[in-house]
Ligand binder design. Structure first.
Ligand code: SF4
Length: 509
């Protein structure tokens, strides 16, 4: 093997604004880089989200000397595929013999579509950590990539997604090859020096709208509690972190692992706040240990409640009940753990979910107005169980790679959803829900403005009637709210201001 051959790993910029206030460290690239760095390859990372990445791309194109191959990690949507195509083509223009390999969720779900791009030589399905070293060695020795497990080429297209491999067998991320401080964020829940991390892959659940269930075949693999703790402690010490945001699909799938991890933090005296996402059933299973988790630094949970209509929960195979949603809300409120609950409405072939879901949201807000609640419209994720059902009901599947690339899953693309219902959900979810059950910052503001507090009392009664009768025309309460707060929505309270602070420092672009 030729040591120190250059390998360029590229993550195209994601069009995340305005849905996400900032981007995070490119963990998928770090994970792929780890085994390559261990083998002595010289790995260069280009994160398209970072200011200045354009000049890195130009530097790479003007000096392609010694590049063994280029790896591109891309999701479907967010225009990442389009940018990946552009970079792949530019590489081929400067040196057609440099192989371009594509992976990430798009590689796993639509490998054959990706091969429609002439600049892409091979596609990796599933975890890339194992095939990436085999690919590097094969290219070094001039061998064909066809036949490597999980690798799709034009000669070898019928390749299944390999079974999930134990994540503990993978080496730690080589954080030193990226500029970690530039990825630290001022998170309102976990503190001003927060870094993202991932401790598991996959998810054992089978929710029909989620492509994770397909890509990982409802399997889950996680670092042991000991490794999770050791990595967190190391990052806290090296980068003086205040918080870790776990972006695992399901951090809580093993409650014994979470308990052990939390106990290790407490026993070590490590000062760090952490947040993660969970399935409602897992929170119910770990309810008795919630105060211990809080003591360890748990400062926010993201929970997929999904619906307040039992037939929908059954239809999407969530494995929960409407009552479970409320039980989880009570557990979080009793333990004073900030939580965000997400809901989805408008599934194909099932109606009548909107009113019960809005009712469930109100019940949660009555438990604690501090909960964040987001109501999304169903989007057919390629690879999910419900995708074909959506097509049967009139959803137009993207026809080309560029259509896949530009798909915006925050826009409603399901023809069966009545526009009237859409307006109702948006009015309620984007404004009236929080107006009726305002977060603390708004209550504090009113306590300093007695006249505004009086007006609010009257307007709240009107808002109550609106929600009861689903009448959202002439929303004059919004104008009043903007006037009093100088904000356009509740989302632009303290939470977003602090993220925008990162923007002001030029951290986010
Ligand atoms: S929605 Fe969440 S809990 Fe359900 S399969 Fe996907 S990752 Fe798992």
């Amino acid at each position: 093997m030729t040591k120190n051959s250059r390998i360029v790993l590229y993550q195209p910029k994601v069009d995340y604004w305005p849905y996400y206030p900032c981007y995070w460290a490119p963990l998928s690239l770090l994970s792929i880089a780890a085994p390559l760095v261990n083998k002595g390859y010289n790995v260069e990372i280009i994160d398209g989200n970072v200011n200045g990445s354009e000049s890195l791309i130009q530097d790479t194109l003007s000096d392609p000397e010694g590049i063994l191959f280029v790896g591109i990690s891309t999701m479907i949507g967010g225009n990442q595929i389009e940018r990946g195509i552009s970079f792949g083509r530019s590489i081929k223009e400067v040196n057609a013999s440099i192989p371009v390999i594509v992976g990430g969720p798009a590689g796993t779900i639509i490998p054959e579509r990706l091969l429609e791009c002439e600049a892409f030589d091979a596609i990796v399905r599933g975890q890339g950590e194992i095939p990436i070293s085999i690919i590097a060695d094969a290219i070094t020795t001039g061998k064909d990539l066809s036949g490597i497990p999980g690798v799709v080429t034009r000669q070898c297209k019928n390749v299944p997604i390999p079974l999930l491999v134990d994540k503990n067998t993978f080496p730690p991320y080589p954080w030193e090859i990226i500029d970690v401080p530039s990825y630290l964020r001022n998170d309102p829940y976990t503190g001003d020096r927060t870094l993202n991390h991932v401790s598991s892959q996959g998810c054992p659940y089978r929710c029909g709208y989620c492509s994770e269930a397909f890509t990982c075949q409802s399997k889950w693999s996680a670092y042991l509690a000991e490794r999770t703790f050791a990595e967190v402690a190391d990052l806290v010490e090296k980068y003086n972190l205040t918080g870790i945001k776990f972006y695992d699909s399901n951090f809580f799938a093993s409650t014994s692992r979470v308990k052990k991890f939390a106990m290790m933090i407490i026993e070590s005296g490590l000062h760090v706040k952490w947040s993660a996402s969970a399935h409602p059933k897992d929170i119910i299973r770990i309810a008795d240990d919630m105060s211990m988790l809080k003591k360890s630094g748990l400062s926010r949970l993201l929970i997929g409640a999904e619906s307040g209509y039992q037939p929908v929960l059954d239809y999407v195979e969530k494995g929960t009940t409407v009552e479970d949603n409320l039980t989880v809300a009570r557990i979080c409120a009793e333990n004073e753990i900030p939580a965000a609950f997400t809901f989805i409405v408008g599934f194909p072939g099932i109606e009548g979910d909107i009113n019960p879901t809005l009712k469930n949201v109100i019940e949660m807000k009555e438990i604690s107005p501090e909960f964040d609640v987001k109501i999304h419209f169903y989007y057919p994720f390629p690879g999910s169980k419900l995708f074909d059902r959506a097509v049967e009901h009139g959803y137009q599947e993207p026809k080309s790679l560029l259509e896949f690339s530009g798909n915006d899953y925050y826009l409603i693309q399901t023809p069966w959803l009545d526009r009237h219902l859409e307006e109702k959900v948006r009015s309620f979810g984007d404004f009236y829900c929080d107006f009726l059950y305002p977060p603390q910052w708004f209550t504090d503001l009113l306590s300093q403005k007695p006249l505004s507090a009086l007006s609010y009392k009257a307007l709240r009664q009107i808002a109550r009637l609106r929600v009861k009768f689903h009448y959202y025309h002439f929303p004059f309460e919004k104008g009043w709210f903007q006037y009093v707060t100088k904000h356009n929505s509740f989302e632009r309270g303290d939470y977003h201001e602090r993220y925008n602070d990162a923007d002001a420092k030029g951290v986010c672009n």
